[in-house]
Write a protein that binds this ligand. Structure first.
Ligand code: PRX
Length: 630
């Protein structure tokens, strides 16, 4: 089988066991992709037919560049597909959600229990006067009520705007105001590393200048010491659902009605409220959950993302529940009380599919393989990665130490804006470390120049998507001009803003954001590429690279490096690292400076904020740092 795969370049690749392909929902990738190309609307129609519509759509797609409408005329409710349908179709007593608190507290919901809780909260929200189209801000820790609140909004057609529970008051305030939220759902505390962290001050500050807010619903967790958040507007979560009915008919939603807004940071300016709709988003996330993770009835699926991010929206909540899967959610941090906590969870619950981020994988690499090696990980069958380039070193480690060389890794490229996974190596296909893969069936991804012309294999360019897809963003909330920019930058394409390179076999390697590009002496160098080279040295745990203006070369490269615990900083090691990059990438990519550091500025979702490093280095104002982790 291996010899059929000719990558033309000299990349190393891994062939998954043929049984993966034989038993997958997808079958043969190329055949599925050709079927899509032959009849794109027919392809998406078949997927959408697997879901329930109160009224069938009359058209699969209407494309009026740059505006798309999907499944027009169709009426549905995503919670009907996530809950009612599963309860009715034999999954009534199947476990929907296993939640584990930091202190080991466990809560388990069957589909029927989740269904009832969602309806109660939906009825509670109705009591507060929330109706279809109203915006509800959800600012919560990773507890079941976070998911239940999202689904409750969707049940009654309210538009949720989930704000990651680690954001500070100013970030929360601007998001509440941006969406003009009528209700904020929150909690009194979150637990982190054995401590309870109150939300009180953040909430109080965030709602001072937020005239749209009428109620603040507070989930009390510290029952012994009740904290008041904001007395006049405050409603107790449990009071809200005390005397309500357990039945709440799903609102009949038009396919193009908004389902949620999710704020994401733009490369400049205020965060953008990305708008996703009911029908297309439902179809896109259902489809990818089914085919990319190849979820089967008995899988135990764990996506470690917080539902405060798009990964949590699409692959903790909506996609997996629409598939009727068993999902896992934890509130704790991955290295508390010790770095084996995740692996103990895998062993205990028999996790079969694990989806996480490269930053977590690299952290575990740094901490050492003795932690996962203590646990039985043999239930795992598919591993996933998302959020940033999975550098070959991290891929190899994930593949070997966690997957025991037998689990396919799906390195999934996508964005808040795309709503669903777009580029990956489908389960069963040959995997090349460092390369995310190809467009999934349904997605036309390409690497092009500024004019939109495909670039040759091995040449860097801009990653683009050529045709609309169901779960694409429909607009930027109250700022359609910013939406149009996505489609106006590169002729005929949706410009994602990432740099990428394709190999001869069509595999795409994402190099990093276009704005992270460094031009050194006329050569384009992706920060991710240099970082990946540094991380491939045995002494390096993590690296971040920036461009520094230089009179001679335009820019020079500066690298910030976190060493593994086994190594200490020295001039000799610096030289060795420079030599290593020179050998790996060539002299042009060699940093001019290396600084050893203890930590790197990161967003709360784990992305390195090179902009902040650069500003600090150049003594400039770092700009908006509301997404920066403390
Ligand atoms: O630069 C790409 C990177 O994350 C960006 C999207 O960020 P966000 O909207 O926060 O969504 C993250 C979770 C989907 C992309 O433009 N990115 C995401 N996945 C990958 C990636 N870069 C490389 N490889 C990936 N698999």
């Amino acid at each position: 089988m291996a010899e059929k795969f000719d990558v033309k370049l000299s990349e190393k690749y891994y062939m998954p066991d043929p049984s993966y392909k034989q038993n997958s929902w997808l079958g043969d990738y190329q055949k599925a992709y050709n079927d899509f190309l032959k009849d794109p609307d027919g392809f998406w129609d078949r997927v959408a037919q697997e879901l329930h519509w109160f009224t069938p759509y009359t058209k699969v797609k209407e494309w009026n560049y740059p505006y798309a409408r999907w499944f027009t005329g169709g009426k549905t409710n995503i919670t009907y597909n996530c809950l009612d349908r599963n309860v009715a179709n034999g999954r009534r007593n199947k476990v929907a959600l296993i939640w584990r608190g930091e202190d080991g507290t466990e809560r388990i919901y069957t589909y029927r229990q989740l269904y009832r809780e969602v309806q109660r909260v939906a009825n509670g929200l109705k009591k507060l006067g929330v109706t279809k189209g109203d915006r509800v801000c959800i600012y919560m820790p990773m507890v079941p009520e976070q998911i239940i609140s999202m689904l409750a909004c969707a049940r009654i057609g309210a538009v949720h705007s989930v704000v990651f529970g680690g954001f500070g008051a100013a970030a929360l305030n601007s998001r509440i105001n941006g969406a003009e939220a009528k209700v904020v759902i929150t909690a009194d505390v979150t637990y982190r590393r054995g401590k309870s962290i109150p939300y009180k001050r953040v909430i109080e500050e965030a709602i001072i200048n937020a005239p749209s807010v009428e109620y603040v619903v507070v989930l009390r967790r510290e029952l012994d010491q009740p904290v008041e958040i904001h007395s006049e507007m405050e409603v107790d979560f449990y009071d809200l659902i005390k005397d309500v009915s357990q039945e709440c008919e799903p609102a009949v939603m038009d396919s193009e009605d908004p389902l949620f807004i999710l704020y994401t940071s733009g490369s400049t300016g205020a965060p953008k409220g990305i708008v996703h709709t009911c029908g297309g988003y439902m179809v896109g996330t259902y489809y990818t959950t089914k085919y990319v993770f190849d979820i089967k009835e008995n899988d135990v699926y764990w996506c470690t993302a917080d539902p405060g991010w798009i990964t949590g929206h699409s692959y903790v909540v909506y996609g997996p529940l629409a598939m009727g899967a068993t999902i896992i959610m934890t509130e704790g941090t991955p290295d508390f009380p010790d770095p084996s906590i995740w692996w103990r969870m895998v062993e205990e619950f028999g996790v079969t599919i694990l989806y996480t981020a490269p930053t977590a994988i690299r952290m575990f690499m740094k901490l050492g393989e003795e932690w996962p090696n203590k646990c039985n990980l043999s239930t795992l069958r598919i591993l996933g990665s998302v959020g940033e380039p999975l550098n070959p070193e991290a891929f190899e480690w994930y593949y070997r130490v966690i997957g025991k060389k037998s689990c396919p890794i799906v390195d999934t490229w996508w964005q808040t804006e795309t709503g669903m996974q777009m580029v990956t190596t489908m389960v069963g296909e040959p995997m090349i470390p460092g390369f995310a893969g190809k467009g999934i069936p349904g997605v036309i991804a390409d690497v092009v120049n500024k004019e939109g012309k495909p670039v040759k294999p091995g040449t860097g360019g801009f990653l683009v998507i050529r045709e609309p897809w169901p779960s694409m963003l429909r607009t930027v909330y109250k700022d359609d001009e910013r939406y149009r920019k996505y489609w106006n930058t590169i002729p005929g394409c949706y410009a994602v803003g990432d740099l990428a390179v394709k190999n001869a076999a069509g595999y795409i390697m994402v190099l990093g954001r276009a704005d992270d590009l460094i031009v050194v002496a006329g050569h384009n160098i992706g920060t991710a590429e240099v970082e990946s080279a540094l991380v491939s040295h045995q002494a390096v745990a993590e690296a971040a690279v920036i461009g520094k203006p230089d009179a001679m070369k335009g820019n020079i490269i500066k690298a910030f490096v976190i060493l593994r615990l086994t190594h200490s900083p020295s001039d000799r090691l610096k030289k060795e690292l420079l030599y290593h990059v020179r050998i790996t990438l060539g002299p042009i990519a060699m940093p001019s400076e290396i600084e050893f550091v203890q930590s790197l500025p990161k967003t709360r979702s784990g992305k390195i904020m090179r902009r902040v490093l650069k500003a600090k280095e150049l003594g400039m104002d770092p700009g908006d740092i509301s997404t920066l982790e403390e």
